[in-house]
Every structure is written in structure tokens, then in C-alpha cells.
Design a binder for this molecule. Structure first.
Ligand SMILES: C[S@@+](CC[C@H](N)C(=O)[O-])C[C@H]1O[C@@H](n2cnc3c(N)ncnc32)[C@H](O)[C@@H]1O
Length: 272
């Protein structure tokens, strides 16, 4: 792998990605389905958290899901086998060295991957080259700058900033959601449309309190504790206070907001 993956590949991170996908299925995927017989490339499938939803929602499409991590690909295969899915094949591969012919897919799907890359436009341009003319590309990214909550807390914002800074040091960008439109346009996609998808959580939505505020977002921030301390960007006490305040937003009077950005673009047809 050419980039450092800030979240790591631990079992707890796999669980977090599955929690995140399960909680966000409607919000992120309700308008994604692929026609019968279409060939779809999922780039950076990780442990298959989105793969299961994609393949279940488009049972007659055929998916090729790749990831640079062989362990993740093996876990993704285990997860889709357990779900009884037969329309996905997996392959270990790097987006920057893909073993596929130009224009060999009808659709490409990329979720939570660009944020980890130093060259996101180049990655999208490579994937665009694999699309047949008229095919579509779907890109989903979060943006940690879109996080706000009640009770507000400077400590919590600083703990989030540790994650943003670590990702920047690793060559990525945790604020990339706001750039989905310009990145897709720069990569050569046509008719790009981006829709913000806001997660709003209060205690009348206990599934989101647990699945998103606690187990997705706060767990992700908590997961960088050691790296942030080792990198010298925080002190243990300050970081722990921030995480405590993030968990505090999951209490009865707490509120938590976060926005994802979903872009869909088209590979232009060549003039006749
Ligand atoms: C946050 S995970 C997202 C996984 C999955 N798309 C999801 O939404 O659950 C990012 C994934 O991108 C993969 N990745 C990072 N750089 C890559 C590259 N150059 N080629 C292929 N996969 C890559 C990582 O191995 C990791 O599994």
C-alpha cells in the first residue's frame, strides 16, 4: 500500500465500519441501484461494509470489489458469503495499478476512500478511464468540519482536530467531503451532481445515538488516541476530556450532526 491508512486494520475498526454502514444504509444508499447485467467496480471495498448493501440492492448487477489490503478483501468475502451473495467477486488490487482494461465497467462506486489518498484526482481519473462512455461514478465522502453538537465543547472539537491532523500527516484529508464536486469535475466526469446527506441525531433516535454518535463517530475519534499522543498533537488528559464530551452528546439532552457528501457523475460520450 502506498499510503498510510490512518484508521488501521484492527478488528474493532472493522466492526466500526460495519456499524457505520448499517446505520447509514438509507441515508447513503437509498438512491443507488444498478440495472440487471451491469458491471460495477467498487474501489476500496475494505471489509465489505458497503458491498453487502450494494449487492443486495442490485441483485442482478455484477460487482467487482477491490481493495489494496488482502486481509480486508478476505474479510469482505467472508461477510458477503455469510450474507449469501453470489454477485460479487473480490480482488486484491491498488487503485493506482488496476489490472482492468479501459472502459470495462458500466459503473464505479467509491466510498470513504479518497479521504485517505494523497492523489484523489488521479485516482478518480484512473477510475473514470475504466468506465464505458455513458457509465456513472458514485463517490461518497464525509467531512469532519461538518461536525457540530450540543452540548458544545472546545475539548471535543480539539479531539476531532487530532483526527484531522493525523489524516493530513498521513497524506489524506478528513475534510474532503466539501471537495467532492471539484474533484470529480477535475477528474473529467460530466454532469456531476453532489447531494449533502446530513445525519441528525437526538435521543428520539436511539438507533442513531448508538450506531452513529457512539459507535461510528466517537469510536473513530477514540481510536486515534494513541497515535495522536505519540505524534505530540495532544496530551492524554485533554484528548480524554474531548472524547468524554463527545459521548456526552449521546445523552438524553444531547444532539449530534454530521454531513456526508454523495456525488454522481457521468463518463462523457465521445462526439460522433
Ligand atoms: C475507510 S475504508 C472504507 C472501506 C469501504 N469503502 C467502506 O465504506 O466501508 C478505506 C479503504 O480504502 C482502502 N484503500 C486505501 N488506499 C487504497 C488504494 N490505493 N487502492 C485500493 N484500496 C485502497 C483501504 O485499504 C481501506 O480498506
Amino acid at each position: 500500500m502506498t499510503e498510510t491508512y490512518v484508521h488501521g486494520y484492527h478488528p474493532r475498526e472493522n466492526e466500526r465500519l460495519q456499524d457505520q454502514a448499517g446505520t447509514l444504509v438509507e441515508l447513503l444508499h437509498s438512491d443507488t441501484s444498478y440495472p440487471s447485467g451491469s458491471l460495477v467496480l467498487e474501489a476500496g471495498c475494505g471489509v465489505g461494509a458497503q458491498t453487502v448493501t450494494l449487492a443486495q440492492r442490485s441483485p442482478a448487477a455484477r460487482f467487482t470489489s477491490i481493495d489494496v489490503s488482502a486481509d480486508s478483501v478476505a474479510e469482505a468475502k467472508r461477510v458477503t458469503d455469510a450474507a449469501g451473495l453470489t454477485n460479487v467477486r473480490f480482488q486484491q488490487a491498488d487503485i493506482f495499478a488496476l489490472p482492468f482494461a479501459p472502459e470495462s465497467f458500466d459503473h464505479v462506486f467509491v466510498c470513504f476512500v479518497l479521504e485517505h489518498l494523497t492523489r484523489p484526482v488521479e485516482a478518480l481519473a484512473i477510475l473514470n478511464g475504466l468506465l464505458r462512455p455513458g457509465g456513472t461514478m458514485t463517490v461518497i465522502e464525509g467531512d469532519h468540519g461538518s461536525t457540530y453538537f450540543h452540548p458544545d465543547s472546545v475539548s471535543a472539537q480539539m479531539a476531532i482536530q487530532c483526527q484531522v491532523e493525523l489524516q493530513r500527516l498521513a497524506g489524506g484529508n478528513a475534510l474532503i467531503g466539501r471537495q467532492v464536486y471539484p474533484l470529480m469535475v477535475e477528474a473529467g466526469l460530466d454532469a456531476v451532481h453532489v447531494s449533502p446527506r446530513m445525519v441528525y441525531v437526538d435521543s428520539s433516535r436511539p438507533d442513531l445515538v448508538d450506531g452513529f454518535t457512539r459507535k461510528t463517530f466517537t469510536a473513530m475519534i477514540e481510536g486515534v488516541r494513541q497515535s495522536a499522543i505519540e505524534a505530540g498533537i495532544t496530551e492524554p488528559g485533554a484528548f480524554d476530556a474531548g472524547v468524554r464530551d463527545l459521548y456526552r452528546t449521546a445523552e438524553t439532552d444531547g444532539v449530534f450532526c454530521y454531513t456526508f457528501f454523495k456525488g454522481v457523475g457521468e463518463k462523457g460520450r465521445k462526439p460522433a
